[in-house]
Design a protein around this ligand. Structure first.
Ligand code: HEC
Length: 157
């Protein structure tokens, strides 16, 4: 009995050493990366979670500024109101709660880069399939997109 346990542990240790070395080989590591990308639909993890566009890293957000939210609201009325309301669907989705379902970076990327988003990002593609109108590229600057985000953050209850 003792002997069996001894042999079993020896095999276990050898097994661990073998698989441990195998895991460090480069081809295996590359396969891991390829598999990870495949599960994000060919996007990086960041793009998958935060959209594709000019924002490529997490933004540092402070508390909502009422002044900036008001500036954002003015831009919203000029450039978004034809298609979006806060509390109901129109040409596009209702945006009152959008900051709860998407990351801030996703929202800015969608505002600035809707063409690529609806072609490559699974969530935006899905929205296009549902709404059947492509949100237009309006050449919104990063500063204005951030003001719009402030407005949308202030609108979320
Ligand atoms: C011509 C209509 C139109 C205009 C103008 C427009 N959008 Fe959109 N928007 C859409 C549609 C339609 C969608 C859904 C995706 C698609 O079909 O392209 C959408 C999607 C979005 C989304 C993603 C919503 C979600 O649930 O993830 C955000 C955020 C957004 N729009 C913000 C804005 C902002 C901010 C503006 C103004 C700068 C704006 N949109 C201007 C039509 C429009």
């Amino acid at each position: 009995m003792k002997r069996t346990i001894f042999y079993l542990s020896v095999f276990a240790v050898i097994g661990l050493i073998l698989t441990g070395c195998g895991g460090k080989k480069d081809p295996a590591a590359q396969t891991d990366v390829a598999e990870a990308n495949a599960s994000y639909g060919g996007l990086t993890k960041f793009e998958f979670e935060n959209g594709i566009g000019p924002v490529k890293e997490k933004m540092n957000l402070s508390a909502v500024s009422a002044e900036n939210a008001l500036k954002g609201e003015k831009i919203f009325e000029q450039k978004c109101f034809s298609c979006h309301r806060l509390d109901t669907k129109l040409v596009g989705p209702a945006l009152g709660e959008v900051t709860k379902r998407r990351s801030p970076e996703f929202i800015v990327n969608m505002i600035m880069n809707p063409d690529e988003m609806t072609k490559k990002h699974p969530v935006a593609k899905q929205l296009l399939a549902e709404y059947l109108v492509a949100m237009p590229f309006q050449d919104i600057t990063l500063d204005d997109a951030k003001l719009l985000l402030e407005y949308l953050r202030s609108a979320a209850k």
